[in-house]
Design a protein around this ligand. Structure first.
Ligand code: GBH
Length: 481
């Protein structure tokens, strides 16, 4: 290889400078302050894994469980990859003790799982299914007996099909609050960490606007905004219900996939632009929760389609939280400009690299910016990464192992960047890896594997992948290596 001298290099850079950068597009910006790397997490940092009921439990009709909108949707031809359903999934309904042993072997301190609402209330409200409640009592007890702290998500998209109108109906928000109160009353003596809902956009927009998720509708903007409102109202009423029905000191939050805006340069101007984008682009959801209002830009943009808000709604929606949980997978890039918004969204080139799921565009720094933007804007008391992980084209080799090198690469780099957020003083309390094991990946069915344990869906055998060994090591040392 031909090497150039320093002098030649200096000359060619001078030539570039003379030719001129597009200075209005890329003005020179001062670098923000930096912190040196040290990849050990603070003592007491909590490492965990996450799952969700419909993705792992199976037992769809076992012991009196009622159908959810996802049962209906996945059984509708053409809605999921290969017509896959969550009927059996990982059969964790029967194998939960095995799964707790997987967690124990990893050495995690915490486990985030969700409750199937229609397993406890088959019609969403009214009649209780005692066997459904027994199941969750057993899961909680099994975790505690093995030294693992349960973190419960009350709602991870599996709306009871018995609730008429689903999220189009305001009654569903009220039914959710009653269900939250009930679960708090029955598990709150042992469960100290709760999340109301998971990812608003996935059960509102994707379900009722894009139609790619249950219930598969394609409604207009007005009804969709109302659905979004019912969703965040359910969260707010759920927080109030949990507070009223659990002991003092119980930690309440949610798990939200706020779009993560990464400043293209680490300059004050682009960092501001990322904050502005975060606030505006999450206006119907996290911004409303954090600010107790729909911001003017959102209301103006939606005009007559803006949601109808009843007295007391916004107070409930803004109920103080002990933590904000962020599900972080992928970035959007932004830079400052002179437009009224003050930012412009960067176009992604077709060459942008991605993981096995095309939507997971690789950006390890997005986990840092996800935390930082939310903290700089709203200063929540605490932050958890409630999900982070990736699909991979995993192969169970003839030697019995799964070499998911790309997943290890993805996790290692995200965690190095999460460490940066923690080292800079952002209040990151814990991390949940998505996911403990391969499972029903919604519309992608079983075609995408997100687990650190490989699941043979014929035999239900679980096998730790290379990433599981890697994660175990990381947890043991509390350090990214
Ligand atoms: C999270 O959702 C969920 O909480 C979890 O249940 C899920 O298993 C996990 O992440 C992994 O997906 O195919 O281009 O139309 C992530 C939110 C919503 C992201 C649907 C991908 C489809 C994009 N997902 N979206 S595309």
């Amino acid at each position: 290889m031909k090497r150039i001298t320093r002098r030649q290099f200096g000359k060619s850079m001078a030539a570039v400078a003379a030719a001129g950068y597009a200075s209005s597009l890329f003005p020179h910006r001062a670098w923000a302050e930096r912190t040196p790397l040290n990849l050990t997490f603070p003592e007491g940092f909590k490492w965990g894994c996450a799952t969700a009921a419909y993705q792992i439990e199976g037992g769809a009709k076992a012991d009196g469980r009622g159908p959810s909108l996802w049962d209906v949707f996945s059984h509708t031809p053409g809605k999921t990859h290969n017509g896959d359903t969550g009927d059996v999934a990982d059969d964790s309904y029967h194998l939960y003790k095995t799964d707790v042993q997987l967690l124990k072997a990893l050495g995690v301190q915490t486990y985030r799982f969700s409750i199937s609402w229609s397993r406890v209330f088959p019609e969403g409200k009214g009649k209780l299914n005692q066997k459904g409640l027994d199941y969750y009592n057993n899961v909680v007890d099994e975790l505690l007996a093995n030294g693992i702290t349960p973190y419960i998500t009350l709602f991870h998209w599996d709306t009871p099909a018995g609730l008429r109108g689903g999220w189009q109906s305001r009654d569903t928000s009220k039914a959710f609050a009653d269900y939250a109160a009930f679960m708090g009353k029955h598990l709150g003596d042992r469960v100290k960490h709760w999340m109301t809902t998971n990812e608003f956009v996935c059960f509102t927009d994707l379900g009722y606007k894009q139609g790619t998720f249950a219930p598969g509708l394609k409604l207009a903007d007005g009804p969709v905004n109302q659905i979004r409102h019912h969703a965040i109202l359910a969260h707010g009423l759920g927080v109030q219900a949990l507070r009223a029905n659990t002991p003092a000191g119980t930690q309440v939050g949610l798990a939200e996939n706020a779009t993560v805006w990464v400043p293209i340069m680490e300059s004050d101007a682009d960092i501001k632009a990322a904050q502005r984008a975060t606030r505006l682009m999450n206006a119907p959801f996290l911004t409303a929760l954090m600010e107790g209002k729909y911001i003017d830009e959102y209301l103006e943009h939606e005009g007559a389609n803006a949601p109808k808000v009843e007295p007391g709604d916004m107070e409930a929606i803004a109920s103080p939280l002990d933590f904000v949980g962020l599900n972080i997978y992928t970035p959007s890039y932004v830079r400052a400009d002179d437009s009224p918004l003050g930012f412009v969204v960067e176009k992604m080139p077709t060459s942008y690299p991605h993981m096995a799921s095309p939507w997971i565009q690789i950006s390890p720094e997005c986990i840092y910016w996800g935390v930082r933007n939310v903290c700089d804007l709203w200063s929540p008391k605490g932050i958890y990464i409630t999900e982070n992980g990736t699909s991979s084209d995993d192969v169970l080799e003839s030697d019995g192992h799964v070499y998911d090198v790309d997943r290890v690469m993805y996790l290692r780099n995200h965690l190095a960047n999460l460490h940066r957020a923690s080292a800079e003083g952002y209040p990151v309390q814990g991390y949940f890896l998505w996911s403990l094991m391969d499972n029903f990946e919604w519309a992608d069915g079983y075609s995408k594997r997100f687990g650190i344990h490989y699941v043979d869906f014929k035999t239900e055998k679980r096998t730790p992948k290379q990433s599981a060994y890697w994660y175990k090591d990381l947890i043991e040392h509390n350090t990214v290596v």
